[in-house]
Design a protein around this ligand. Structure first.
Ligand code: ZN
Ligand code: ZN
Ligand code: FE
Length: 762
């Protein structure tokens, strides 16, 4: 019998996911002695036993790691022969400079769900039930290693029963840091105007009664507060919209079970999987007839509805079906529009006072504010529209390592990105950096990530836009800490983010279809319809959309009718004579102002933004003339388009310009001839896809390049993505698109980091 010792180093998301107990049980099963320990590098194991047992253990662990683990590397080495008396789980170590990936927050697992509704279980109806496979993680971590003392559960000492489970390797709650029970854990209460009225079951009953009665409930959840109300109560929804100052923006919905959700949306298998995954995101799906009824109130101008399942025990208890209790609730983030999600009790009381009629609170503190994630299904996999709870702070492997660096990100849909060695930590969705509250939340999060992942930036990167708050933050830090700062062009960052996320290793350039709302160009004008050739090093602007004046600047972003008049003017189409919708959408006075602005260029900056062209088309077709949230017009245009229409209009490609004026003339001609809006909206989409492919063909002829990186907010338009990908492939191009990050500005911080690392190397 040959005895041997082996060492394992397993890295990736391997802590807080039940790795050590799995190893422990497996080692015992194979009669091995030794130890397992969480270190800042990952999980380290030493085993001692016969060769056969060692081999069986290795095979088994490699093939069946714990379900929630994400193994990056699995390194096995022989070590000097040494016997141990038993197999033990050793205390965590913490070396100050190491970092450790932290698991995102995970939705309640089936086992816990069963216990929650089992009257014989000691955690029956306990709102904070969790185990090694589920529950809060990232939102309650203060520092690493991930041990209870470093979480917001530190203040709750375990009762003897919980302690026993916590120390028993055969138990599902072995080393589950947030483990708790009604005896020793957090509790809930119901509060109105700062006064605590009920606790426990009475609090739940009161909260349910409030919702049943059409009230708006502020609910403290996992990563912050939600506002909840009956999704079919028109008065409640109207009140909620008014209070949130959110006139048109769609609300997320929650239902108790998949079955209920399927009454309202048609789900594919992949969408079902996404909904029931441990990430439990909001999934956008096509409504049924009953769903369209709800959409009228909850998501007025979009065809798809965003549903999620209850992902905490508290949600499940709140939503437990009962004849007179609404089966679909609006579950929207607890904030006034554009402000960050409230997550601390006092802050929530203050900020949500005017929004909610009552509060369902609990005393487990939240350390990191995290919104719900939003995904759509693309080619049988999740396509992230908002990356937050469940996905963040998952780290990305980047194809090139460099010094520790911070990418400050951009203004809208901000994220920041910290990188060290070959890892990048792209933050969860922070929001639009347009007010002090969001800026505070941003700075707080930067500090938290730096501490958690042990990144001490020695360099900084930011957007080229001098007025972005994130740019100013980076500039100030660069001065204070004397760090080099690289300003990166917005669309170059988009392109590079897409390359990096697709493990692009070479210095070779790729074609970039970067279609976006707004980004500061190297010439100081506003870019956004950019077909680039570029890599980490630099880029060339091969084609861009014909620039037109944006009458009133930001005002035109709010009012697509303004942009429409500008485009119609550029295309020589007489909007007034033809009585086109954007003409009548504006009052006489405003129309005159717009005309003057377009003519003189006064207060009308030039833009090549393709997002604005979508706005203009939506207005020309009479679909949307004024917006209340970003990309509203484009969403409405996408929703209007007839999926079966394949027609398109010509768009010229000449002298580096994408010139859609001919398309607009034909579009208006057909509009006046009475062609239906869904057909015209579809043709508009098809035309953009067609010209994109044509541009790629031209570039391939010139350069031989075949890889096409797709990035920018316009690509959150699923119709565009679903049309573009097969069209590229049919022509033998290789599309690269975003999976790990959203394609909108949330990916830009990663691109900034990659470009800066490259320029520092030179
Ligand atoms: Zn569980
Ligand atoms: Zn307990
Ligand atoms: Fe962008």
């Amino acid at each position: 019998m040959n005895l041997k010792n082996q060492r394992f180093l397993i890295t990736g998301i391997v802590q807080g996911v039940g790795f050590r107990p799995t190893v422990y049980l497996l080692a015992r099963e194979h009669h091995l002695t030794g130890w397992v320990i969480n270190t800042a590098r990952g999980v380290e194991i030493e085993i001692h036993g016969t060769e056969e047992h060692c081999a069986a253990f290795t095979r088994s662990l490699r093939e069946n790691p714990p379900a929630l683990a994400k193994v990056d590397s699995f390194i096995v080495t022989d070590s000097p022969l040494r016997a141990y008396s038993e197999f033990e789980i050793r205390q965590s170590e913490n070396r100050p400079e190491d970092f450790l990936p932290i698991s995102p927050d995970l939705a309640i697992c089936e086992a816990c769900k069963n216990e929650l509704f089992d009257p014989n279980n000691r955690r029956y109806r306990y709102p904070f039930i969790n185990c090694t496979h589920c529950g809060p993680r990232f939102s309650i971590v203060r520092d690493i290693p991930y041990d209870r003392a470093n979480t917001s559960m530190a203040g709750f000492s375990l009762c003897p029963d919980c302690l026993q489970e916590y120390h028993n390797p055969a138990d599902r709650r072995f080393h589950a840091q947030p483990v708790a029970c009604p005896v020793c854990g957090p509790e809930i209460w119901y509060e109105v105007s700062g006064e605590r009225l009920f606790c426990g079951e009475e609090a739940l009953a009161a909260a349910r009664a409030a919702i049943r009665g059409g009230k708006i409930l502020a609910l403290k959840g996992l990563g912050g507060f939600h506002l909840a109300c009956d999704a079919r109560n028109a008065t409640a929804l109207k009140t909620l919209r008014e209070r949130k100052h959110r006139t048109g923006k769609p609300f997320a919905l929650m239902a108790f079970s998949l079955q209920t959700i399927e009454k309202y949306v048609q789900l594919t298998n992949q969408e079902r999987e996404l909904l029931t995954s441990p990430q439990a995101p909001i999934v956008l799906a096509e409504p049924t007839a009953a769903g369209r009824e709800i959409a009228r109130l909850a998501a007025p101008d979009r065809t798809r509805l965003g549903f999620m399942l209850p992902y905490t025990p508290l949600h499940l208890l709140l939503m437990k079906p009962e004849a007179d209790f609404p089966e679909v609730l609006v579950m929207t983030s607890g904030n006034i529009s554009e402000e960050p999600l409230a997550f601390q009790d006092d802050e929530a009381r203050k900020r949500l006072r005017g929004l909610a009629d009552a509060f369902l609170m609990h005393n487990r503190p939240i350390y990191m504010r995290v919104d719900d994630s939003v995904v759509a299904e693309l080619r049988r996999k999740p396509y992230l529209l908002r990356r937050a709870r469940g996905y963040s702070p998952g780290q990305l492997r980047i194809p090139r390592a460099g010094l520790p660096i911070l990418g400050a990100g951009t203004q809208l849909k901000n994220t920041f990105c910290l990188a060290r060695e070959q890892y990048a930590f792209v933050s969860h969705f922070i929001g639009d950096l347009e007010n002090q509250e969001t800026l505070d939340s941003y700075e707080q999060a930067v500090g938290h990530y730096e501490k958690l992942f042990r990144v001490h930036p020695q360099a900084l990167a930011c957007d080229l836009h001098p007025d972005y708050l994130a740019t100013r933050y980076a500039q100030a830090r660069s001065r204070q800490e004397d760090l080099p700062l690289t300003a990166v062009q917005h669309h170059h960052a988009h392109l590079v983010a897409c390359l990096a996320a697709n493990a692009w290793e070479t210095d070779e350039p790729a074609i970039g279809l970067i279609y976006d709302g707004t980004g500061y160009g190297t010439d100081g004008s506003i870019w956004g319809g950019e077909i680039l050739i570029g890599g980490y090093q630099n880029f060339e602007r091969r084609f861009h959309l014909l620039p037109v004046p944006l009458p009133g600047g930001d005002l035109a972003v709010q009012k697509p009718a303004r942009t429409a008049l500008s485009w119609l003017d550029a295309a020589g189409i007489p909007a007034e004579e033809y009585h086109l919708p954007p003409n009548s959408a504006l009052g006489d006075e405003e129309r005159e102002v717009v005309r003057a602005q377009v003519k003189t260029g006064f207060n009308a900056p030039l833009t090549s933004s393709i997002g604005r062209l979508f706005d203009a088309a939506a207005s020309v077709l009479g679909i949307c003339h004024e917006i209340t949230y970003e990309a509203q017009a484009a969403v409405a245009l996408e929703s209007a388009a007839d999926l079966s229409e394949a027609g398109a209009y010509p768009i010229a490609l000449e002298d580096g310009l994408i010139d859609p004026r001919m398309m607009l003339r034909e579009l208006v001609r057909d509009l006046r001839a009475g062609v239906s809006i869904p057909i015209l909206a579809a043709r508009f989409h098809n035309s953009i896809v067609q010209v994109s492919i044509e541009a790629c063909r031209i570039i391939r002829k010139e350069t031989g390049l075949r890889h096409v990186a797709i990035s920018g907010g316009v690509w959150q338009n699923m119709r565009m993505m679903r049309a573009l990908l097969p069209a590229l492939e049919a022509e033998d191009f290789i599309p690269l698109y975003h999976r790990a990050l959203p394609t909108n500005d949330a990916c830009v911080s990663l691109g900034q980091v990659m470009v800066a690392l490259q320029s520092l190397r030179n």
